[in-house]
Design a protein around this ligand. Structure first.
Ligand code: ADP
Ligand code: ASP
Ligand code: MG
Length: 451
């Protein structure tokens, strides 16, 4: 049994869905769970709709929902022409979903109040819409396919916008579902990203969370493989949107992939990797537009032997916080106190470097920054540097690779490096540059290691 997850670009229009169906049909000698995202751009539009509603801008919000409705109706029509009953079902489902969404939007606009719970509800419409149409297109193609609502399976805690999966419940639900549905069907289609609490209140797994859904289902069902279908043929040496001559990495380890995504490569949701690691399930990243390409296979660490630099990732917008305190000299407890402040605000620190009296660290969000700075200022002198970017070199056994630092820093010697951290992990060396230097820095590094 395999899980195939198709991201927004892989379901964005009629042609994309037809490619998806061809890919599923080609693999139909085995049982398949298909996990689909919202059509590309839809979750962003739903976010805008929620924001308009929260400000009472009902007309702007409804204009946007109308636009989305037309896009989905058009797609249903294009995919299901000549299929009277399926087209009618799909069209009615879309219309019912929009009637409900518009109702929610009007209520929120009236109250001018958007709770996390209602925001999560609005966001869930993207996947509900896409899955309803794609399900019927699969039936049209002759696949024996069942539809499952992810909100009955993927159970989270009550953090509505980024729910914590409750794995025991998910395992039980997935196993029950598949035992039942695979008796009479070859394929089960469900939504990525959306989930619910045990009491049935809608939640989401956080933006980009469909990969996570696929991994959770793969883990629960003990899948032989989890395939993540995107618009790139695997994990590349760096973001192909940043540098031209990138190439796909055939094999990488779980740790490398997780590190790469933690340090900014948007190709995989970081937590995607976790449930798969637990069960040693291989994850394959593939290109739905070029399905014949081999993509990237992500395996458990012991199976990946190749040392050295694998990829470059980056975070475009980060903030460096410098904390200076004479009191730190020969003092203990200073770092504890410092990190308590970040802990209190729930902000995670990416890089850190320390000297006798100085600590520099990076965060990738400006959320709560004012509060953090105010609290730190009670016992230290604090300065904040925005407009920075963080670059990370990811690979295996980097600490043992002699001459690596020289190669990295010679390649970027024309640029100012504000902070370096080779640290704790053997698989990453990171440093901070001015945001305006990010593109040339990544290009130079890429040239040095991969061109
Ligand atoms: P989807 O939404 O279809 O699941 P995403 O858009 O989230 O897919 O991820 C694919 C995108 O990730 C690519 O279009 C690419 O620009 C970006 N990306 C960033 N870093 C990398 C990388 N190292 N390798 C491949 N893609 C990357
Ligand atoms: N549609 C959601 C998003 O855009 C989830 C996903 O595509 O992974 O964030
Ligand atoms: Mg995505």
């Amino acid at each position: 049994m395999i899980v195939m997850k198709f991201g927004g670009t892989s379901v964005r229009d009629k042609e994309a869905v037809e490619r998806l169906i061809k890919i599923v049909c080609k693999n139909s000698s085995q049982k398949i769970v298909v996990v689909v995202s919202a059509l590309s751009g839809v979750t962003d539009t739903l976010t805008m709709i929620a924001q308009h509603a929260a400000k009472g801008q009902v007309e702007e919000a409804i204009n946007l929902t109308n636009g989305l409705e037309q896009r989905h109706l058009k797609m249903a029509e294009e995919l299901l022409t000549g299929e009277g009953l399926l087209l009618k079902e799909a069209t009615e489902t879309v219309k019912q979903l929009f009637a409900k969404l518009n109702e929610i939007v009007r209520v929120i606009s009236l109250l001018e109040e958007l709770s996390d719970m209602s925001f999560a509800k609005i966001l869930s419409y993207g996947e509900l819409l896409s899955s309803g149409i794609i399900f019927r297109a699969m039936l049209k193609s002759g696949l024996s396919c069942a539809f499952a609502d992810a909100r009955n399976i993927i159970i989270t805690d009550g953090k509505y916008l980024k729910g914590e999966p409750q794995t025991d419940l998910i395992c039980r639900n997935v196993q029950e579902l598949l035992e039942r549905e695979f008796l009479t069907n070859d394929v089960v289609i469900t939504q990525g990203f959306i989930s619910a609490t045990a009491e049935g209140v809608g939640t989401t797994l956080g933006r980009g969370g469909s990969d996570y859904t696929a991994a959770l289902i793969g883990m629960a069902a003990n899948a032989s493989e989890i395939q993540i279908w995107k618009d790139v043929d695997g994990v590349h040496t760096t973001d192909p949107k940043k540098v031209k001559k990138t190439r796909s990495i055939p094999v990488m380890s779980f740790n490398e992939a997780a590190e790469l995504s933690f340090f900014g490569a948007k190709v995989l949701h970081p937590a995607t990797i976790q449930p798969a690691i637990e069960k040693n399930i291989p994850v394959r990243v593939l290109n739905s537009m070029q399905p014949e390409k081999q993509g990237t296979l992500i395996l458990k660490d012991e199976l990946v032997h190749e040392n050295g630099v694998k990829a470059i990732s980056f975070k475009e917008n980060i903030t460096v916080i410098n904390i200076y305190s004479m009191k730190m000299l020969n003092a203990f407890g200073f770092l504890t106190r410092l990190f308590e402040v970040f802990g209190k605000y729930g902000i995670s620190v990416d890089l850190i470097s320390t000297s006798e009296v100085n600590v520099s660290l990076t965060v990738d969000s400006e959320r709560s920054l004012d509060g953090i700075v105010a609290e730190l200022s009670q016992f230290a002198i604090v300065s904040v540097n925005s407009n920075k970017s963080q670059v990370s070199i990811v690979g295996k056994n980097l600490k043992e690779t002699t001459g690596l630092a020289k190669r990295i820093f010679s390649a970027v010697s024309d640029y100012n490096i504000t902070m370096i951290s080779q640290g704790a992990s053997d698989i990453n060396i990171s440093f901070v540059v001015n945001r305006s230097d990010l593109t040339p820095v990544v290009s130079s590094l890429h040239k040095e290691f991969f061109e």
